[in-house]
Design a protein around this ligand. Structure first.
Ligand SMILES: C[S@@+](CC[C@H](N)C(=O)[O-])C[C@H]1O[C@@H](n2cnc3c(N)ncnc32)[C@H](O)[C@@H]1O
Length: 280
């Protein structure tokens, strides 16, 4: 395998950083330079480029630009996620949000809509699905649909497949693991797969949070937008939060990551319920 010459010129780094910020919203200050160089190595090698700078020339060649941009985005996005990551949100959903959204006892059954915006490999969406399915099994009179969206095609492919290394299932409670995960018949493959009934409640779509409008219903009950706003500047954060909230139904909830100080411009009618939980 070729080792592409490891450094970008200032100009090439600036061009990539401007492109990424413009297209995806992710800020790449000079401090991120070696991280980006590391991440572009793999793609440059796959295309047999000896130098990262040659790869950047290839990227900006108009003949390649549209298709290569997809790979660039796959390379520069940080996709870390987990099942039951930041578990207090799922506990809040189960104990408070769902009962309130369903309007108390005796309310007519209805369909809850949950959106995992920036869903990465789908573990957040499937965690929501497990928690909601469990509520239904315990007598909850509702059905549910979950949408997962992300800009990276790689992670969406994994999300649709719903296959994960077995050790990643560790944070999932035993009962849920038994109920919602299938093990590979070949025990040498240390993988689990989300059960088909659960996969059927969840679908995944490519979507850029930077787009001016989102092709999503306007009566979503709960939006999870966690651990992605942190990569955007304040102005982009405000725009994204405003657009997301325009898809929440009145009384709907928005959850952001625990390390994110949520920015909104005060005009969208969001009320803070807990440090990282907001309500329309
Ligand atoms: C760190 S992961 C967070 C995953 C999950 N929400 C969680 O908290 O575990 C951030 C995800 O945001 C996605 N992302 C980054 N910029 C985006 C954009 N402009 N539009 C949509 N998704 C984006 C990345 O591809 C990545 O999968």
């Amino acid at each position: 395998m070729l080792q592409a010459a490891a450094h970008l010129t200032d100009q090439h780094f600036r061009s990539v950083a401007e492109l990424v910020q413009d297209q995806v919203g992710i800020r790449l200050p000079p401090g991120k330079r070696s991280m980006i160089e590391g991440r572009l190595q793999k793609r440059a090698r796959a295309l047999n480029y000896r130098s990262l700078n040659d790869y950047v020339e290839h990227l900006f060649d108009t003949r390649n630009f549209d298709s290569e941009l997809v790979h660039l985005i796959d390379s520069v996005t940080t996709n870390k996620t987990d099942f039951f990551r930041e578990p207090s949100h799922f506990e809040f959903m189960r104990r408070v949000a769902v009962p309130e959204l369903l309007g108390g006892r005796g309310a007519v059954p209805r369909r809850l809509k949950v959106w995992s915006a920036a869903c990465s490999t789908g573990m957040e969406a499937y965690t929501v699905a497990m928690v909601l399915d469990d509520l239904v099994r315990r007598g909850g009179k509702f059905r549910f649909r979950i949408l997962g969206t992300d800009i990276s095609t790689n992670v969406l492919q994994q999300a649709r497949l719903g296959i994960y290394p077995r050790e990643l299932a560790a944070p999932v409670p035993d009962e849920f693991r038994r109920r919602y995960f299938l093990s590979a018949r070949d025990k040498a493959r240390a993988e689990v797969r989300i059960a088909p009934e659960l996969r059927a409640t969840t679908h995944f779509m490519r979507m850029n949070l930077m787009d001016a409008s989102y092709p999503v219903d306007r009566d979503v009950d709960i939006i999870f937008c966690r651990n992605v706003l942190i990569y955007f500047d304040k102005q982009v954060q405000q725009q994204v939060v405003k657009r997301l909230c325009s898809h929440l139904r009145p009384g709907g909830y928005l959850m952001v990551g625990h390390s994110e100080s949520m920015v909104h411009d005060g005009t969208i009618g969001l009320r803070q319920v807990q440090p990282t939980i907001f309500r329309m």
